[in-house]
Write a protein that binds this ligand. Structure first.
Ligand SMILES: Nc1nc2c(ncn2[C@@H]2O[C@H](COP(=O)(O)OP(=O)(O)OP(=O)(O)O)[C@@H](O)[C@H]2O)c(=O)[nH]1
Ligand SMILES: [Mg+2]
Length: 382
């Protein structure tokens, strides 16, 4: 997935996307069919689902516990199934810098397995980003309770969770929306999020969104990040993107930005992406954000986005020092002296590649073509 412009190349983080449970597995399978480059694995107790999704990398767990069936909404069976096959999960995590877990909460497999997988991944030294969809109200009290409890357990493991509240994806005008389409909306939001985050982390960008920045956001967002994405095409693409974000249901029709404590904005465009468009989007979003917000942004260039502009925003409503010291738990440290046994990623200044002959992008006397971690002298830990 690494794109190198010349011999001196920044090592992109290894990102593994892991779909857990039936809806997580289906979501990840849909992502890999759209983007075969994505490093992904599907994990479920249900062999029927795993066979149907047609993904190469899939792991069946709990064969002796659920005998190839789903857990039937039994969280304890989901937990036992993953514990039983934890060595298989560990194998997947070798060399992984960022594990992105995708699941729908409310069933037994995803809700039971996620806290276990998170623990294993942290022990393996990976940063874990969990993207979960919480159930629609129409799914009933029991399923919603299972999801709430799963969130609590995940939180007590101090993982950063990007929560997509399915209920926010519908409103009164959707009364006649078929349930299948409601789920499809949730699916789409997850896909957009995963694609954008992995694109911003792994593509050479005009302004790279680095791993350190995501790490800071995840450590300090007090457990939860909200997420929304928007796309625009043609001459008015920047305007469309801003308007879509500012009335986005997952951002409480834009109101969430006004109280944001932290935000990461990622833009992706083609080679035709203009500086004025980046400026338009950033300026208008920043106008909505409080002055004291912790803000970072990245811009990725992908030829597939010619004529288009795509934006994602991660929003933290709280900003706190983490309760658990992830640095110590994960063997990570931004300050080498605090943790002398740990190595650091050897990241070197990348060449500007196809932008070699272009003018530098200067903002507030900083050359934005130089990756943030170099400008701010941040050492990326391993
Ligand atoms: N996005 C999306 N979400 C779904 C879909 N089907 C179910 N969900 C959501 O995901 C939650 C969990 O369902 P599953 O993934 O089927 O459950 P599981 O983790 O496989 O658990 P068990 O089947 O009980 O072992 C549900 O409560 C729904 O909110 C779907 O097709 N798309
Ligand atoms: Mg299932």
């Amino acid at each position: 997935m690494t794109e190198s412009a010349d011999a001196k190349t920044v090592r992109a983080p290894n990102v593994l996307v892991m779909g857990v449970g039936s809806s997580g597995s289906r979501a990840v399978a849909a992502m890999t069919s759209l983007n075969p480059e994505l490093d992904a694995v599907a994990i479920d107790t249900d062999t029927k689902v795993l066979e149907a999704i047609g993904m190469k990398n899939r792991i069946h767990v709990g064969a002796t516990i659920t005998r190839g069936l789903s857990s039937g909404g039994d969280v304890e069976l989901g937990r036992q199934s993953i514990e039983k096959d934890s060595s298989n999960i560990r194998k997947q995590l070798r060399q992984v810098d960022l594990l992105v877990i995708v699941a729908g909460l409310g069933g037994g497999t995803g809700s039971g397995a996620l806290p276990v997988i998170t623990r294993i991944a942290r022990e393996a030294g990976a940063l874990v980003l969990t993207m979960v969809a919480t159930p629609f109200k129409f799914e009933g009290a029991k399923i919603n309770r299972i999801a709430d409890e799963a969130i609590k357990r995940l939180r007590s493991h101090s993982d950063a969770i990007i929560r997509i509240e399915n209920e926010r994806l519908v409103d009164r005008s959707d009364a006649d929306l078929p349930a299948e389409q409601a789920f499809a909306r949730s699916h789409q939001v997850m896909m957009d999020g995963i694609f954008s985050i992995s694109r911003l982390l792994t593509r050479n960008g005009v302004v790279g969104l680095d791993f350190a920045c995501i790490h800071t956001m995840l450590r300090n967002c007090d457990g939860f990040c909200n997420f929304a994405s928007a796309d625009g095409a043609g001459d008015d693409r920047a305007k469309t993107v801003v308007e879509t974000l500012l009335k986005h249901r997952l951002l409480n029709k834009g109101r969430m930005l006004e109280g944001a404590a932290g935000a990461v904005i990622g833009l992706t465009g083609g080679h035709d992406l203009r500086l004025s468009e980046i400026d338009d989007v950033m300026t208008q979003l920043q106008e909505k954000l409080p002055d004291e917000v912790w803000l970072n942004f990245g811009v990725a260039v992908d030829p597939a986005f010619e004529g288009r502009l795509s934006a994602i925003i991660l929003v933290a409503e709280q900003w706190k020092e983490p309760l658990v010291d992830h640095n110590r738990q994960m063997g990570l440290s931004f300050n080498k002296n605090l943790n002398p046994g740990q190595g650091e990623l050897l990241l070197e200044t990348t060449g500007k590649g196809e932008f070699t002959n272009s003018d530098p992008t200067i903002h507030n006397n900083e050359d934005l073509d130089v990756p943030t971690y170099i400008r701010r002298d941040i050492k990326l830990p391993r």
